[in-house]
Structures are given as structure tokens and as C-alpha cells.
Design a protein around this ligand. Structure first.
Ligand code: FE2
Ligand code: FE2
Length: 380
């Protein structure tokens, strides 16, 4: 510990270190705010790391100052000032790191529609009692235990929230495509997809309400009203990369899960809904591939390189079947009844995602090579 105290008498003095740490802390907070405003995940992860390092160093300064106060009475004023400053900076840097991580990660649970991302975080509406969004067949609930009904209501309401969020996600895409001068067919398909997501949301609310015994509806989504377009300085590239990840990969994956759900569902309403979702999500994935192809056509070599790199960087971990806090509710349900009512067991999701990710990467390579896009999943 003596060697740390001796720093105050060398060229790299403690006051210098303190100024560097203070500067890093301010930079971390500023970067966090900037990255959050830009709505990009990459810088947020960087900011989280920097803020975390600052917090660690600040913790070291606190220890050093406490030791200095007890062993160096002559420098008591300096060590006291360091201690107070570090105590103030520690929570600021920890909070900055936490905020950046929260903005960067967002919940990775996204069946069945196209994710709505605002500042890099997935957003969906909260729920309240009401029937304004419920329209569609109800399930047969006779013979289901209360625990199974609760689990089915929870998961189908969760899907209803995500389907609802897909509607503004497609509105935003249509807005961006119009701004970029995209062909009429892409805009037409994008608007059609948004209307299909409204149908999915309504049907999910109706089905979920049937299990719950009461309908829920959506709260306003104030985040949308404040949301920037979030495309940075290169909107064409942003649309291409978003379409690859959220459309080509996620919506095709959603279609895979829904197709399996439809295959095994025994309840007529759940089977009908899963069948519709599987069909429509596959169309939405096809739209995303068309958007990516158009972006490559317009963007040229620069876009080809970016898409090739993005395909390699597609997330290795896919969406989960349900959130961690929902695990206990699902565990209490009858597993076979869950399958009968359109839920694919959680343990199957990772394998379905890995296969879809591999198919997506292969299709990107084929597209960029100029070969006709083939997809083994279509034949399977
Ligand atoms: Fe969709
Ligand atoms: Fe959908």
C-alpha cells in the first residue's frame, strides 16, 4: 500500500490520476447519453465497459484515500477531497454502466412479429383491462387446470404485445423505404405486413383473453412518440441491416416456431392462429429478403460487404420462449396441454434458432454470390 501512497510524490501524482479519472467519468456519462440518443447498441456496450472500468478505478481511489487518511495526517485535506470525489463518482459511473447495459440488451424475447426497437431496446405496449384489441376465435378451456390457463394466458398475452409492437415496426419501415425511394411493391408489401400484424395482435388478444377469462388491451406507447428514426447517417445501410436481422432471421424464425406450434396444436382456435402466423411471418421474411436485395442493388459493393459482415455477426443466441420471471408460471402448467394449445416447448427453441441462423447465413452468401436463393426450410 506504501507504493500507492508514494505516487503523490512522483511524476504521476495522485491529483493527476484523479483528474484523469474525473475526465473519464464525465466522458463515460456523456458517451452514454450520446449513444442512447443515437439508439445504437454497439457504442452502448463500449460505454458500459468504459463506465465499468471507471467505477473499478474509483473504488481503488476510495480504498487508497482511506488508507492515506489514516497513514498520512499531513495530506489529510487532499485524501479527504479524493475520498469525497470518488464517493460521488462511483455511483455515477456504476449507474452509467447499468443504464448503458439496459439500453444495449433489451429483452431477447420476440415471438411472433417483427421487433420494435427504439434506441436499441425492444419495446412493446403494457396491458390494461379492456376488449378493444380482442377479435378472433376463443380457445376451448374445459379440462384445463387453473395453472395451465394462467400460463397460456401469460404467454399468449405476451405474444399479443409483441404482435402489436410489430405494427409500428412496419410503419417505421414503410416510412424509411418511402424516404429512400424504394419501389412501390416494397412499400405495398410493408403496409400489408403491418395490417397482418394487426390481425395477429387481435387474434392473440382474443385467444389470451379466453384463457384468462377476461380481455386485456394495450396502454399507449409513449416511447414511440419520442423515438428518433434511429438510422444514423446511413439510412440505406440501417434498413438493410435491420431487415437482415429482424426480418430475414427473426421473422423466418418466428415462422418456424409457429409452424411447429400449428403442427402439434389440438385446440382449433390455437391451431388456426398458429397456422395464420406461420404463413404470414414467412411472407414477412420474404419481404425482408426483398428489401435486403434492393439495398444491395442500390448500395453496390459497400452494401454487399456490410451485409456479408452482418451475416457473420448475427446473434448466436436467439429469442427465448418466455421471460425468466414467467418460468415458474410455465413450470406449474401441464406440458402436454401447453403443446395442445399452440406453445412450442422452450427446450426446442435453441435448436430451431440455430438451424434458422445457419440457413440465413447460407442464403446471404448465395444472394451475394448472385446465385438464386434457396432455402432448405421451404422444402422441409
Ligand atoms: Fe411479422
Ligand atoms: Fe406477426
Amino acid at each position: 500500500m506504501e507504493s500507492e501512497l508514494d505516487l503523490s510524490e512522483r511524476r504521476l501524482s495522485l491529483p493527476t490520476i484523479w483528474r484523469v479519472i474525473g475526465g473519464m467519468g464525465i466522458a463515460a456519462v456523456a458517451l452514454c447519453l450520446l449513444a442512447a440518443a443515437l439508439g445504437s447498441e454497439g457504442p452502448l456496450i463500449f460505454v458500459a465497459m468504459i463506465a465499468g472500468i471507471v467505477a473499478l478505478i474509483t473504488f481503488g481511489v476510495i480504498i487508497t484515500s482511506i488508507v492515506g487518511l489514516s497513514r498520512r495526517p499531513d495530506d489529510r485535506g487532499f485524501f479527504a477531497a479524493s475520498l469525497i470525489g470518488a464517493i460521488v463518482l462511483l455511483p455515477v459511473s456504476l449507474l452509467s454502466s447499468l443504464i448503458a447495459v439496459l439500453f444495449a440488451s433489451g429483452p431477447a424475447i420476440a415471438p411472433w412479429g417483427r421487433p420494435l426497437r427504439i434506441r436499441g431496446k425492444m419495446v412493446h405496449p403494457e396491458l390494461r383491462p379492456g376488449g378493444a384489441w380482442a377479435a378472433g376465435p376463443s380457445p376451448e378451456v374445459d379440462g384445463l387446470s387453473p395453472a395451465t390457463r394462467e400460463a397460456l394466458a401469460t404467454l399468449w398475452h405476451h405474444d399479443a404485445q409483441k404482435e402489436h409492437a410489430s405494427v409500428p415496426a412496419f410503419s417505421r419501415l414503410a416510412w424509411l423505404l418511402a424516404g429512400l425511394g424504394a419501389p412501390a411493391e416494397l412499400l405495398e408489401e410493408t403496409h400489408r405486413a403491418g395490417v397482418q400484424e394487426i390481425d395477429h395482435a387481435r387474434r392473440c388478444f382474443a385467444l389470451a383473453g379466453g384463457y384468462a377469462g377476461a380481455s386485456l388491451t394495450v396502454e399507449p406507447i409513449p416511447e414511440i412518440l419520442q423515438a428518433p428514426l434511429g438510422v444514423g447517417r446511413d439510412p440505406l445501410l440501417a434498413v438493410a441491416l435491420e431487415s437482415l436481422r429482424d426480418g430475414c432471421l427473426v421473422e423466418d424464425f418466428n415462422a418456424d416456431v409457429a409452424a411447429i406450434a400449428a403442427e402439434h396444436a389440438r385446440d382449433p382456435a390455437a391451431r388456426e392462429l398458429a397456422t395464420i402466423i406461420a404463413r404470414d411471418e414467412r411472407e414477412h421474411a420474404a419481404l425482408a429478403w426483398a428489401v435486403v436485395a434492393w439495398c444491395v442493388e442500390v448500395g453496390g459493393e459497400r452494401m454487399r460487404r456490410a451485409i456479408a459482415e452482418a451475416a457473420d455477426d448475427l446473434p448466436k443466441e436467439g429469442p427465448k420462449a418466455y421471460a425468466d420471471h414467467e418460468a415458474a408460471i410455465v413450470a406449474a402448467a401441464d406440458p402436454q396441454a401447453m403443446i395442445d394449445h399452440g406453445r412450442v416447448p422452450a427446450e426446442r427453441w435453441a435448436g430451431i434458432y440455430a438451424r434458422r441462423r445457419a440457413l440465413t447465413c447460407a442464403r446471404v452468401k448465395a444472394m451475394l454470390a448472385g446465385a438464386p436463393a434457396t432455402d432448405a426450410a421451404r422444402a422441409a
